[in-house]
Design a binder for this molecule. Structure first.
Ligand SMILES: [Zn+2]
Ligand SMILES: [Zn+2]
Length: 407
């Protein structure tokens, strides 16, 4: 029915008038819709592929106030059949840069930021903490698990989507409920660990299998993800803990409850996060431990526990050479990993704790590979305290910037 017909009164068609005729007037007609709430909400879309395009497009049309788009890929010709935001002449450009431009065209009201970043390593927990919802548009288990753990830690709901051929699934995860990892099987872990058979050179291993997908299914699943995000923004949580399965070939659509596992490793939460006037490029572990002592009224000193493995040293199995190399695992490049003497792949020594007398305690967290706006843990006998690098907030969350270089 066209708009004109809609206003005709010579039959029993409803006449709809709205004095607040604006961009969002048709959305406001929904009885429970709160455009102001949507406009003041923040959503992060992780992955700007086939699904991410659809989700970002829908959230922009709906007027979500702040959108953060994360992806480390560039546009390729094969993306064009499934990506409404990309054009042929965008080939070779960063997906986030192109998507940010197109989202601004679609709806200038939206404050959109692009992070050209690896979600497993480069996005600080403080970014997650500032979101109302996170939408995962990912194609691998590792990235889903990263998003899941981050969202669980800071208590943010997230919506996962997956597509293959004419089928897809949407999962809604709420803080404290069944999470992505609760549903992971031994096979899932095994497939993930296969990629870690060599602990270095992780990035190179994540050449994804190319999954056959079509734009119709990414529209359906991406549309549902955006819809679930909008419901969550409105405080509707009925979909939590459910997976919605869609089989396009059979024309089947059904939902099932997801399992909840009590001993799930993702269920650790960060409580009472303390915001510091420090950033990743100013704060050192040593200074953080001092701050923690002050917070703790000079009690027993604690030590930093990282949420990821840190390489402290590389050893060559061939010629025995050792080289200090303090950086987060996953940030080691092939150049660094090869022995300069014999060309062998060096073996890393790993840690995830830093004590105040460790030499690396005087490096900044940025030098150690921790992302801006991250949340760090200091453990002592009395418990664990959480500190956020909040001085980075302005850099990342300020309006309209594209962070490509930093990441
Ligand atoms: Zn779980
Ligand atoms: Zn060597």
């Amino acid at each position: 029915m066209s708009g004109e017909e809609y206003n005709r009164s010579d039959n029993d068609t409803l006449i709809v008038t709205d004095d607040r005729e604006d961009r969002y007037s048709r959305l406001r007609l929904i009885s429970w819709w709160e455009q102001d709430v949507i406009q003041s909400s923040s959503v992060m879309v992780v992955g700007v592929g086939a699904l991410g395009n659809e989700v970002a497009k829908n959230l922009a049309l709906l007027g979500v106030g702040r959108l953060i788009l994360v992806d480390f890929d560039v546009v390729e010709a094969s993306n064009l059949t499934r990506s409404v935001l990309f054009r042929a002449h965008d080939s070779g450009r960063r997906k986030v840069d192109v998507a940010v431009e197109r989202i601004r065209e679609l709806n200038p009201d939206v404050n959109v930021t692009g992070l050209h970043a690896d979600i497993n390593l480069d996005v600080g927990l403080g970014v997650f903490r500032r979101m109302n919802v996170v939408v995962g548009c990912l194609d691998n288990r590792e990235a889903r698990l990263s998003v899941n753990r981050a969202c669980c830690r800071v208590g943010v709901p997230w919506v996962d989507g997956g597509i293959q051929e004419l089928s897809g699934a949407v999962k809604v995860f709420l803080p404290g409920g069944a999470c992505y990892e609760c549903g992971m099987s031994e096979v899932d872990y095994r497939l993930m660990n296969l990629r870690y058979s060599c602990p270095l050179l992780r990035r190179e291993d994540i050449i994804m299998g190319r999954v056959p997908t079509v734009p119709t299914v990414s529209s359906i699943i991406g549309g549902m993800q955006a819809q679930e995000a909008v419901k969550l923004i409105h405080g509707m949580t009925d979909s939590g803990g459910k997976v919605y399965n869609y089989s396009g070939l059979a024309g089947d659509f059904y939902s099932v409850e997801m399992p909840f596992r009590k001993d799930c490793m993702s269920h650790e939460t960060y409580d009472n996060i303390i915001e510091l006037d420090e950033g990743a490029d100013t704060l050192t572990p040593k200074r953080l431990m001092e701050i923690d002592c002050e917070q703790n009224h000079g009690g027993e000193p604690g030590f930093v526990v990282l949420d990821r493995e840190l390489v402290t040293c590389l050893k060559c199995p061939g010629c025995g050479i050792e080289r200090e190399h303090a950086v987060a695992l996953g940030k080691v490049t092939e150049d660094h990993a090869r022995c300069a003497e014999c060309g062998n792949l060096m073996m890393p020594e790993l840690t995830h704790t830093i004590h105040s007398d460790d030499p690396i305690a005087e490096r900044t967290f940025a030098e150690l590979g921790m992302p801006p706006l991250h949340i760090l843990s200091v453990r002592r006998r009395t418990g664990t305290a959480y500190y956020e690098l909040s001085a980075d907030s302005n850099k990342i969350m300020s309006s309209g910037k594209i962070f490509s270089e930093k990441f």
